[in-house]
Design a protein around this ligand. Structure first.
Ligand SMILES: Nc1ncnc2c1ncn2[C@@H]1O[C@H](COP(=O)(O)OP(=O)(O)OP(=O)(O)O)[C@@H](O)[C@H]1O
Ligand SMILES: [Zn+2]
Length: 758
């Protein structure tokens, strides 16, 4: 883990006279040893041996050739016979600029993971694999050969081919030349052997994608709030200095228009902008909005194939594409002249990667923007408490847009208390008040969105006779009943079995399916509103590429009246005819054993409520809940972010959580419960020793069984580390980690600034 250079050790005193200055390349491997190694750069490779390219080098006793990333090249005093030489430079283009190399190094140190692993995450596999390109051999005639052409004694076919190539004035591949000269490849091979033609091997791209811009759209006349926000942003853009601005604008306040006009200025200055959005927000609507304003734009999304990904990467790296829009990993777009970074919906948890390197795009963006003197714009109606807190300390500039565009009011939000007697609520998932509101909406030709954050049909299966619950044998989590193929499925590991007809334990045939998923809700809507088209959007119905677009188009054009879905329908959508939003169960995420449960609930309800009232018809929201008095639900019903943050922050401070304390989470898993628990116990003990040494005030929670105690057959434990001093905390973890050799049966991970606590 520690980045130390084996070859940086000082030479012995009697060796000093033998030192010579040599060009040395520092190589980092993506697997195997974690520390960089030095290699000599032979003279013939000096022009191409550039930091940021991959190189093949001899490694180990057998000098096996392995590939690594060159992260630095420079003159160094070395004992020449002690270092091996680079064998080959793999890339003919530089994959990582100095800034990007610096970024990867910072990520490795900050997130406590191997540098090589970060490099592999930053350079897309499609780029590493040169997807969509092939090597071609190109032939030309050197000048001296061309001048002697008339006097050269050659067989007629060779002579003819050489004459044609010399006259062509451009390079031919061997088959092209053979065709032009009307001969086989043999005479051309002969010319190559005689060295009468110059041979060059070059990698060319055969990919091409259509990027015709959408119909152009002029920018909008900004309202007062938007103009003020834009002014603050442009200040930083014009001065080419780094500043982070949090654009806190309520839903429908027109944040996108502010981004677009800020980007205009960046592009006019000849620079590039990166816009990050949650993957799920890369809707046709978002794409269209950006396409209509910028003719040259790269849209990076997960359905892209390798050939296209590589093609886009090269276009961005060439500097020709001024605007890049994409999900989390677009923060690594190789823009040579970065002028601004925007994170829309900056609070979204999809910006945190849940596999190593476990980076948060917001923090990576902050590092990048700072080192490239570019402004960073964070936008949200429900900012993360991390960003909000920084506006209080002055590290981030706050700009507010508290009103919707066109002075549309925020929708009226009412809670439906599900605790009152069932009679007045009605049966099924849709309460009586919600049903009546739905009926009215249809009569008034409006559209509506129903949010239920659980997919599947019934959320648990239980025997009323003996109480037996049907759980996943691998995760011990209740299986969800899915109607398609009548299966019972584990939502954690995708284990599936046929839905039981009787109790697997006592044989009772009246086994019961409880709870509501989106499938069951859709069925209920269809039964109660026959003839009204209802669409369902969740990860089950949205598997196929393009299905997202198709569904949203049916809703946009007004054919579908009711849209039922999970959180994927909660953000970003801008449909003026949506006059009703129903939250079927506001409590699904409220009681998770996670410090952010309240924050997530507040965000989800505020965001989904924001989908309505975006037109002149107005809108209303009904939130069904068992806890209408919960502070998060109450604040969301009032669209009051400041109220929510004002209540939540003191709690976080008191109990030492983010954003006040820095947190690191360790998760260990294994076939038995004992091994991972013992491992974390020992880790905690070592940490406490190191903490004394470093004078670190360390707070430990656990080790304890993780909320998801068992996953895919493995027992999971976690240990939460907290401290006000993040730097020292990471240092302590690193010091223990380098010395720790985990037993074979334990797999463990380090998560710095964890978001997922399950
Ligand atoms: N100055 C303006 N005048 C008129 N309409 C505007 C103006 N600015 C934006 N709009 C329109 O207002 C609507 C809402 O804007 P937008 O989707 O950017 O809001 P938002 O702040 O991103 O909301 P959300 O957080 O809910 O996604 C869009 O249809 C947009 O075209
Ligand atoms: Zn499972």
């Amino acid at each position: 883990m520690k980045q130390q250079d084996l070859f940086n050790t000082a030479p012995a005193p009697w060796e000093v006279d033998d030192l010579v200055s040599h060009v040395v390349a520092k190589i980092v491997f993506s697997t195997g040893p974690q520390q960089p190694f030095d290699y000599l750069v032979p003279e013939n490779l000096a022009p191409v041996a550039v930091a940021g390219r991959r190189m093949r080098v001899p490694f180990g006793r057998g000098d096996r050739l392995v590939q690594g990333y060159c992260v630095e090249v420079g003159a160094k005093q070395v004992l020449p016979n002690k270092l091996k030489s680079i064998h080959e430079v793999v890339d003919d283009v530089t994959l990582l600029s100095r800034t990007m190399l610096g970024l990867t190094r910072w990520m490795a140190e900050y997130y406590l993971c191997p540098w090589g692993q970060v490099l592999e995450a930053v350079v897309p596999a499609a780029v590493r694999g040169n997807a969509g390109t092939r090597e071609v051999t190109l032939l030309t005639v050197p000048r001296e050969t061309a001048m002697q052409l008339a006097t050269l004694k050659l067989p007629p076919k060779q002579h003819a081919a050489l004459t044609i190539l010399a006259a062509a004035g451009k390079a031919f591949t061997p088959p092209e030349l053979a065709q032009a000269a009307g001969c086989t490849l043999a005479p051309i091979m002969a010319l190559r052997k005689k060295k009468l033609v110059h041979v060059e091997v070059r990698r060319v791209s055969f990919a091409h994608f259509d990027d015709t811009p959408a119909e152009a759209e002029p920018s909008k006349q900004l309202n007062e709030d938007q103009a003020a926000a834009l002014k603050t942003i442009l200040h930083a853009v014009d001065e080419e200095r780094h500043q982070t601005v949090l654009l806190h604008g309520v839903t429908g306040s027109g944040k996108t228009e502010v981004y677009l006009q800020a980007i205009d200025r960046v592009v006019a200055a000849g620079k590039q902008a990166i816009v990050l959005v949650p993957e799920i927000s890369l809707t046709p609507q978002t794409k269209q909005r950006f396409r209509a304003r910028f003719s040259q734009i790269a849209l990076l999304h997960s359905h892209m194939n390798d050939v296209e990904r590589h093609w886009q990467w090269k276009r961005i790296a060439s500097g020709h594409i001024p605007v890049v829009v994409g999900a989390r990993s677009a923060i690594f777009a190789p823009t040579p002249r970065l002028g601004m970074i925007i994170l829309d919906e900056e609070h979204d948890s999809s910006f945190k990667q849940d596999s190593s390197p476990r980076y948060h795009a917001r923090d990576v963006a902050a590092w990048r923007a700072e080192s490239e003197n570019a402004p960073l714009i964070l936008g949200s109606a429900t900012p993360s408490l991390e960003s909000w807190r920084q506006t209080q300390t002055g590290a981030i500039t706050l700009v507010s847009m508290p009103r919707r565009v066109n002075n549309y009011p925020l929708p009226d939000v009412k809670t439906v208390d599900l605790r009152v007697d069932r009679k007045s609520i009605g049966r099924g998932a849709i309460s009586r008040p919600l049903y009546q509101a739905m009926r009215r909406t249809i009569e008034e030709d409006g559209q509506m969105i129903l949010l239920l954050n659980r997919r599947g049909y019934a959320t648990h299966i239980q025997c009323p006779a003996c109480g037996e619950k049907v759980v996943c044998p691998e995760c011990e989590i209740a299986l969800t009943h899915h109607l398609a193929d009548n299966m019972a499925i584990c939502h954690y590991c995708d284990y599936r079995q046929a839905a039981p007809k009787s109790c697997p334990s006592c044989g009772f045939t009246g086994i019961h399916f409880f709870g509501y998923g989106t499938q069951k809700l859709e069925a209920e809507v269809k039964a109660r509103f026959p003839g009204v088209e209802c669409l369902r959007m969740d990860s089950d119905t949205m598997k196929k590429p393009g299905s997202h677009e198709a569904a949203l188009e049916r809703f946009r054009c007004g054919d579908a009246k009711i849209l039922v879905g999970t959180q994927m329908i909660a953000k970003g959508l801008d449909f003026p005819n949506v006059t009703l939003v129903g939250v079927i169960n506001a409590d699904t995420a409220l009681h998770f054993p996670d410090v952010r449960a309240g924050e997530r609930t507040f965000q989800l309800i505020t965001q989904v409520a924001g989908r309505t009232g975006r037109g002149h018809k107005g809108g209303q929201v009904l939130v069904q809940t068992l806890s209408p008095d919960h502070p998060a639900i109450e604040a969301a019903a009032r669209h009051d972010y400041t109220l929510f943050a004002g209540r939540e922050l003191p709690f976080r401070e008191k109990f030492l959580f983010s954003p006040f304390a820095k947190m690191v989470r360790l998760v260990a898993r294994g076939e038995t419960a004992a091994a991972p628990e013992a491992f974390l116990d020992e880790f905690a003990k070592q940490l406490q020793k190191v903490a004394i040494q470093l004078e670190l005030e360390l707070h430990l929670q656990g080790p304890a069984a993780a909320p998801i105690e068992k996953l895919r057959g493995q027992y999971r434990f976690h240990l939460l580390l907290k401290s006000l001093d993040g730097e020292k905390l990471r240092k302590a973890v690193q010091m223990v980690a380098v010395k720790t050799k985990s037993p074979d049966e334990v797999i463990w991970t380090i998560d710095v600034d964890p978001v997922d606590m399950m």
